[in-house]
Design a binder for this molecule. Structure first.
Ligand code: MRU
Length: 349
């Protein structure tokens, strides 16, 4: 995607360094973060400078490659195994992170160069699957459509294009009249901050809505379809995505609105039969108790927005049962959620 006329990927590697758009600074500042080794990349993942299933996978793959490229001495393999544990303990929910680490680790056992080649290949696959998801998903979008999306599953959440937003970008480029309602203004406002910034950058008409607004919009027939991303999809189609997704899916069913999940096959975890086995990350209550933003001088500040004496509970994701999902848009086409159809796709993968 282009920012200020220059093409950027969300995360990339040059030599042994990993570079990423620092998503904690957006939309207030566009800054690139450089990480010299796998510890710094792990820190960037934990701090959420890089986030979103695909981007997490690519960053984690790069971190694993850094460990292979930079570890020396006769304890090299021990250090690399420790690095793998460090990377895998950064964030628990997104499947792509574990998928990428496994692939790069296995390749790295042959040589550090192969680790790097595999990590770069994963980044390419991430971008190309996102692009294909855009082409396939755009076929579901009519000539004029109001689309609701939750959180950020745009190009910032992948290396390029994104998943939930990729069909929107393709549809707009095809001349369709698309309008987006942007959701997830709490707990972290990844919709209001990241998705809105992306859509403005791509000149897609949109409004940011408070999360509580979706029901009345749907009741008023203002939403034609919902498209969200996914962090992990179980073998039966149950889908973990940003907290609040489940509520939207239930509402969509009630109001007869198609509810689509857009995700690459690297987000599927067919080793688990249902969403019950998905580990849900619980994040610091500070996300709920504080809000960060920019003051009038553009400085990024944090303010307390809830009662100081109270504790907060902050699960970052919820699981939407497959029965609420109309279809899953993947790089291999549209899949009806359910064990049989998902299994069939993976048999030919
Ligand atoms: O708060 P985040 O950034 O950790 O939110 C998680 C996500 O990025 C999503 O759930 C997103 O919708 C799917 S990831 C492509």
């Amino acid at each position: 995607m282009n920012v200020g006329g220059e093409h950027y990927r969300t995360v990339w590697m040059e030599g042994t360094a990993v570079y990423m758009i620092n998503q904690n600074k957006l939309p207030f500042r566009f800054e690139i973060l450089k990480s010299e080794n796998h510890w710094e990349t792990c820190m960037a993942i934990t701090d959420m400078a890089v986030r979103g299933a695909g981007a997490l996978g690519v960053a984690a793959g790069f971190a694993m490659a850094q460990a292979f490229l930079l570890s020396t001495g006769k304890n090299k393999l021990v250090l690399i195994r420790e690095a793998r544990q460090d990377i895998e303990s950064t964030r628990p929910t997104a499947r792509n992170l574990f998928y990428a680490v496994e692939r790069v680790y296995m390749a790295g056992l042959n040589s550090p160069e192969q680790a790097l080649a595999e990590a770069l290949k994963i980044a390419e696959e991430d971008a190309s699957s996102s692009q294909k998801i855009g082409e396939t998903g755009a076929e579901l979008i009519g000539k004029k459509a109001n689309i609701l999306t939750h959180c950020n599953a745009g190009w910032l959440a992948f290396t390029d294009y994104g998943t939930a937003l990729s069909p929107v970008y393709t549809a707009k480029n095809q001349g369709k009249d698309v309008f987006v309602y942007v959701d997830e203004t709490r707990p972290r406002s990844q919709g209001g901050r990241l998705t809105a910034w992306e859509l403005e950058n791509e000149m897609v008409p949109h409004v940011v809505i408070a999360d509580n607004t979706a029901a009345s919009l749907m009741a008023g027939k203002k939403v034609d379809m919902v498209i969200v991303g996914a962090d992990r999809i179980a073998a039966n189609g149950d889908t973990a995505n940003k907290i609040g997704t489940l509520g939207l899916a239930v509402l969509a069913k009630e109001f007869g609105i198609p509810f689509y999940v857009a995700a690459p096959l690297s987000t599927f975890d067919i080793s688990i039969s249902s969403g019950k086995d998905i580990v849900i990350e619980e994040r610091s209550g500070n996300e709920v108790m504080y809000q960060s933003g920019a003051d009038i001088n553009g400085n990024i500040v944090k303010i307390r927005v809830n009662n100081p004496g109270s504790k907060a509970y902050n699960p970052a994701f919820d699981v939407t049962p497959a029965k609420y999902i109309t279809a899953i848009i993947t790089e291999k086409g549209i899949i009806k959620p359910g064990s049989v159809s998902i299994k069939r796709v993976f048999e030919n993968y």
